[in-house]
Design a protein around this ligand. Structure first.
Ligand SMILES: *Cc1c(COP(=O)(O)O)cnc(C)c1O
Length: 404
């Protein structure tokens, strides 16, 4: 049993570093008040920022979609799995992002992970091309860059000058800059206007992964491009639909020629079964909400919760990145302390995940609080009070005193 022993050694090494991950099982829909492993919890961990995952209109549309189109798509998009629901969704998404793109077209994917693999492998298919990847990019962008034939160079987090030096020195026929819009583990925005200016100057693509911006940022919820007021033919936009849109899947919106290239060449698009059409049908209902008055109200509620958490938290030892988004991390540092804090919160019925390496850099283990439009003022105040108390209770000098 040497094979099994080898695996056990790897798992033991993870456990020794407090890096073992465990799943909790939800017994009710994604919502701040959720039954988890049979127990009622107040959750601050979902990316369902607008509270659409269990919205009655979206759930009804999913049911209607199943009646109209059945449960599954039956095949990949290029064979026979491309349904009217997918086509209508792509038209809606292209129109939604059109103010920020030139000759916009959209393409729906099963997941954001696959959309990112598709964009980078298709745009970066030439071994002579070069991908410029931001240091804090999401794992799916890192994997997409690895899978592409193009060369890859990583530029330091938020460092526009370092990126410019790399672009200026590049002799590649195709240059592709790729970044998260909202960094998923610290909630901070990428300097997209400066990046786009560079990309236009050097004739490079700017691929923006707006997983945490779509639906949330911008007055109309169009995301990071609307937030910054950007428009350019160099932009390739990736929006995901399992977070603020509450359902699942993702899309690319870009100049029609880019989308046509994806359809012809992107293996993560071509060689997979199309997502169930009912999901696309449900997403049309999500978009109705995001684009309408209710979406605006939900974005306002979310902004109020973000401001409230900021004013209620009184932390001295644990650091907080200057995030103005729904992602509100609390940097703790050591893996075991982050786990301890999460466990104390859990004992109080508060569900906040501890994020550890390799998702974040070693020594920067953190709690990742995410806020949703459906959190109440009391929810946010309860979390802040618990964190304020725990920081003091778990302080090293306090622990020694407790032991003495
Ligand atoms: C969640 C996420 C993805 C992946 O999207 P899925 O639809 O969940 O596969 C990609 N990029 C970022 C930044 C994300 O946070």
């Amino acid at each position: 049993m040497d094979l099994i022993a080898g695996i056990t050694r790897q798992l033991d090494a993870l456990a020794a570093q407090s890096l073992t991950r465990r799943r909790r099982t939800a017994d009710s829909p994604a919502a701040p008040r959720q039954v988890v492993d049979g127990r009622p919890m107040l959750a601050f961990c979902s990316n369902d920022y607008l509270g659409l995952a269990a919205h009655p209109k979206v759930v009804a549309a999913l049911r209607e979609g199943a009646e109209l189109y059945g449960a599954g798509s039956g095949a990949s998009h290029l064979v026979s799995g491309h349904s009217r629901a997918h086509a209508l969704l792509e038209e809606r998404l292209a129109a939604f992002e059109a103010p920020h793109l030139v000759d916009a077209r959209a393409l729906y994917f099963c997941t954001g992970y696959m959309a990112n693999l598709a964009v980078l492998t298709a745009l970066g298919s030439d071994p002579e091309a070069m991908i410029f990847s931001e240091a804090l990019n999401h794992a799916s962008l890192i994997d997409g860059a690895r899978l592409a034939r193009a060369g890859v160079t990583v530029y330091p987090h938020g460092d526009v000058a370092a990126l410019e030096a790399k672009l200026a020195a590049s002799t590649a026929p195709t240059n592709i800059v790729v970044t998260d819009s909202v960094f998923s583990m610290d909630g901070i925005l990428s300097p997209l206007p400066a990046l786009l200016a560079l990309c236009e100057r050097y004739g490079a693509w700017l691929v923006v992964d707006d997983a945490h911006g779509f639906g949330v940022l911008g007055a109309n919820g169009r995301g990071a491009l609307e937030h910054f007021g950007l428009r350019s033919p160099n932009l390739v936009y990736v929006g995901t639909l399992g977070k603020a849109a509450g359902v699942g899947g993702a899309f690319i919106a870009a100049h029609a020629s880019v989308v046509e290239l994806m359809i012809q060449r992107a293996r993560p698009y071509i060689y997979t079964t199309a997502a169930p059409p009912a999901l696309a049908h449900a997403l049309l209902a999500s978009l109705d909400i995001i684009e309408g008055e209710e979406g605006r109200q939900r974005r306002t509620q979310l902004a109020q919760s973000i401001a409230l958490l900021d004013s209620e938290l009184q932390l001295r030892r644990w650091q907080r990145p200057r995030s103005h988004t729904a992602i509100q991390p609390i940097l703790i540092g050591a893996n075991d302390e982050a786990l301890q804090v999460a466990a104390h919160l859990h004992a109080q019925g508060l569900w906040v995940p501890a994020i550890r390496p390799p998702t974040v850099a070693p020594g920067t283990a953190r709690l990742r609080v995410t806020l949703c439009a459906s959190h109440t003022e009391q929810d946010v105040a309860q979390l802040a009070a618990a964190l304020n108390t725990l920081e003091q209770k778990l302080a090293p000098e306090q622990l020694e005193r407790n032991a003495a």
